[in-house]
Design a protein around this ligand. Structure first.
Ligand code: NAP
Length: 282
């Protein structure tokens, strides 16, 4: 068990609901691995309570908060300063506090790029097909643009939301109708599920993977379950499939550094502990 003194570094995650969040398990694993005098707690806070809760903590010695649904946009709105990533994405998942001032950042894109690292994607020569146009999609699109992606194709069930995303942050991207996603599979080096399809209890996302070219990488932002129909289909056709758990771990590393002033350790690996926590959900 980690030790907690009166001088412990404090941080947490705020959302509504929060009971399902893996972040407390993730952060505690690293706190214990480094034997830090630190605590990371989950907070269920309603939309009306969010601003007073955050503003109050910002005036305390708490180092900061991770933010999850439904507060990511409100978190950016109440911050005094924000990173370029948070501003462009339009949402924050990390708030840090300094003498009552609140700084907002968004690390989802960092987590996504960390998850893709083993696939050694040559972004400047690659086409990405992104399915979805919600908050996760905005973070992933921003990350791909900063990595120099050569071409982006975006499909979303409601086309107008994809068009808004493109207008606001990715004018070089092409929008296609949701029904046409299989027709462009052969053009994609990277295919991304940034929808909620495939989440436990939600319909699966099925693609005609036989139409994809060899070497295509499939990334699923979903991690409950770890092996979705989307990934199963891609792997069955000999393609590389990457699940969303490494994105979750990757987005937490900059937060850990910001809260506790230390790099989250690579070893022992946290992934097996998270899979154990997921239990039947995995
Ligand atoms: P969101 O803002 O609510 O967006 C949901 C997206 O899913 C929208 O594009 C929506 O399309 C689409 N969608 C929902 N139901 C659909 C259906 N029946 N058919 C087709 N499309 C459908 O949610 P989000 O925050 O972007 O999250 C998206 C996914 O990313 C979730 O699975 C979430 O778990 C995952 N995520 C993972 C991480 C990680 O660390 N791995 C981090 C953040 C999010 P419409 O616009 O047409 O409604």
């Amino acid at each position: 068990m980690s030790r907690i003194s009166g001088a412990a570094r404090l941080a947490g995650v705020v959302g509504d609901p929060i009971a399902h969040s893996l972040s407390p398990r993730l952060m505690r694993f690293w706190i214990e691995a480094l034997d830090l005098d630190a605590l990371y707690a989950p907070y269920a806070v309603s939309a009306t309570g969010f601003a007073p809760f955050v503003e109050g903590l910002a005036c305390s010695h708490v180092a900061g908060l991770n933010v999850t649904l439904p507060h990511k946009e409100s978190a950016l709105a109440l911050a005094d300063t924000a990173s370029d990533a948070a501003k462009r994405i339009g949402a924050a998942n990390l708030l840090t506090f300094d003498a009552g001032k609140i700084h907002a950042d968004n690390t989802d894109g960092i987590g996504f790029l960390a998850a893709l690292k083993p696939a050694s994607i040559k972004y400047r020569q690659s086409t990405a097909l992104i399915l979805g146009a919600g908050g996760a999609s905005r973070a992933l699109v921003h990350a791909l643009l900063t990595s120099g992606i050569s071409r982006l194709i975006l499909a979303n069930r409601s086309r107008s939301r994809a068009e808004r995303l493109v207008d606001e942050i990715a004018p070089m991207a092409a929008v296609i109708d949701w029904d046409r996603k299989d027709d462009v599979l052969a053009e994609a080096d990277l295919v991304i599920n940034a929808t909620s399809l495939g989440l436990k209890g939600v319909d699966p996302l099925k693609l005609d993977w036989k139409r994809a070219k060899p070497g295509t990488v499939a990334f699923d932002s979903v991690y409950t379950p770890l092996e979705t129909e989307f990934l199963k289909g891609a792997r069955a056709c000999g393609l590389t499939g990457i699940d969303g758990l490494d994105m979750l771990i990757g987005q937490a590393r900059p937060s850990f550094r910001a809260f506790f002033g230390r790099e989250a350790p690579i070893l022992p690996p946290v992934r097996p502990a998270l899979i154990e926590s997921l239990g039947d959900e995995a």
